[in-house]
Write a protein that binds this ligand. Structure first.
Ligand code: HEM
Length: 418
């Protein structure tokens, strides 16, 4: 079998021979050697298990993200039946209902209309106003932990910090944070390459409960608006249009979910990377590398989100040198793209000062992360707070990886002060 780049027609490459197995604990522990081998072997390969054509290189991923002939969904162009797919499993209808108006499930013109309304309410000024509250919150959480000398980075700090910030921005009661985390964790399992019936049922139950919770909240804010993002979203009006109740529910849920999962995982992945490269951590502690710069490498080097999918919306679309037709599906390997030596010098080195903000971490094109300014602010302030409260931290035990590929993070990161 030839392992050279495929010509401009369908290729056949057995991925098992070059080691793409995202269910393998060894791969989950460190997917980069396998991803490096795949990327240097081929621009694109077919993964039989997920039925996806996977794109490995930075430039091909970037080009695919801005190609309007690809979409996160296909329903506006072609139905499931027309491309030979079984109807969506109606056991999980509560989940599909909540997702229906999420930005991540829409393409233009609905996507354009709803994204415009959200950006109207969720401005950079709204985000910047969170800087001081974020500092206060991080200090308040970390001071007692620093006195104690140990902490579980995710459960004790990253999660409550991130969830409370997005909850306070939206105007949701802070004491509901643990419940929001539980719903969110259950729902995001639907984005993995393989989801069991049990996980889908849990995601669906979580979605139904979350829906009721948010709907009730929106009703209260509609009759008594406050200075929070939910009130601004209810009132947002562009060209005489407003968000409907269904659109509001989906939007609030996607903001709450997306608003902490990836940020928490970036903090976990990034801090473990620092503690395994202590000389790089020292550069941040001494102020040689500002936190604002270091966070870009945290996102690039060990990406919190490894794969995003796109449907091909017309015939004859070329992706990574391969021609696709309407109804085909590709997967974009962000973690692989972010280690592409064609784009990054010494990509496997973790270099805090690299400060390259043009990594693929926040995506590109019309679905580019709407929360990137908030994520960056949160990570910068969080890292600064860790530098001042835990400059002398080290791993107390080997951190345990969460056994998922698409959403990459740890179950726990136990830290101790030296
Ligand atoms: C380090 C943290 C984060 C990372 C790495 C990240 C990454 C991404 C990526 C890659 C996409 C594009 C998906 C695609 O093209 O298919 C995206 C979209 C999105 N993100 Fe983030 N995100 C982060 C934090 C946040 C935060 C804090 C929020 C909310 C406050 C948020 C809300 C969203 C939303 C609503 C979308 C959908 C945008 C659209 O479809 O138009 N994200 N994110």
């Amino acid at each position: 079998m030839s392992l050279t780049d495929p010509p401009l027609h369908r290729y056949s490459l057995s991925i098992m021979t070059i080691g793409f197995d995202p269910t393998d604990p060894g791969f989950i522990a460190d997917p980069y050697p396998a991803l490096n081998l795949l990327r240097e072997t081929t621009r694109i390969f077919y993964d039989d298990r997920s039925k996806l054509h996977l794109v490995t290189r930075f430039n091909d991923v970037r080009v695919a993200l801005v190609d309007r002939r690809l979409g996160r969904v296909h329903d506006h162009v072609v139905s499931r039946a027309e491309i030979g797919l079984a109807p969506r499993d109606d056991r999980w209808v509560p989940f599909w209902n909540v997702e229906k108006w999420s930005l991540l499930e829409l393409e233009p013109p609905d996507h354009t209309r709803i994204r415009k309304l959200i950006t109207h309410a969720f401005t950079s000024r709204t985000v910047e106003k969170l800087r001081n509250p974020a500092r206060r919150l991080a200090d308040q959480i970390l001071a007692p932990l620093a006195a104690q000398g140990t902490m579980e980075l995710l459960a004790d700090f990253a999660q409550p910090y991130s969830v409370q910030l997005i909850a306070s921005l939206l105007g949701v009661p802070l004491e509901d944070g643990p419940q929001l985390i539980q719903w969110s964790h259950a729902m995001v399992k639907m984005y993995e390459l393989a989801t069991s019936d049990e996980q889908a049922a849990a995601a669906s139950t979580a979605a139904a409960e979350f829906d009721t919770y948010v709907r009730d909240f929106i009703e209260r804010r509609a009759s008594e608006p406050r200075g929070d993002l939910i009130s601004s979203l209810i009132l947002a009006e562009v060209d005489g249009e407003r968000l409907t109740e269904e659109e509001l529910v989906s939007t609030v849920i996607v903001l709450l979910n997306a608003g902490h999962e990836a940020t928490v995982n970036t903090m976990g992945n990034g801090i473990v990377a620092f503690l395994r490269h202590p000389e790089e951590w020292q550069r941040v502690v001494t102020g040689e590398v500002p936190a604002r710069v270091a966070i870009e490498e945290m996102i690039r080097w060990d990406a919190p989100l490894h794969l995003f999918e796109r449907w091909v919306l017309e015939d004859g679309v070329e992706i990574a040198g391969t021609s696709f037709g309407l109804g085909d599906k590709v997967g974009l390997l962000f973690g692989s793209a972010n280690r592409d030596p064609r784009r990054f010098d010494r990509p496997d080195d973790f270099v805090a000062a690299r400060g390259d903000s043009q990594h693929i971490g926040f995506g590109g094109g019309i679905h580019r992360c709407i929360g990137a300014p908030l994520a960056r602010l949160e990570l910068e302030v969080g890292l600064e707070a860790l530098v001042s409260h835990f400059p002398d931290m080290e791993l107390a035990a080997s951190p345990v990886r969460h056994p998922t590929f698409v959403i990459r993070g740890y179950d726990g990161v136990a830290l101790v002060r030296r």
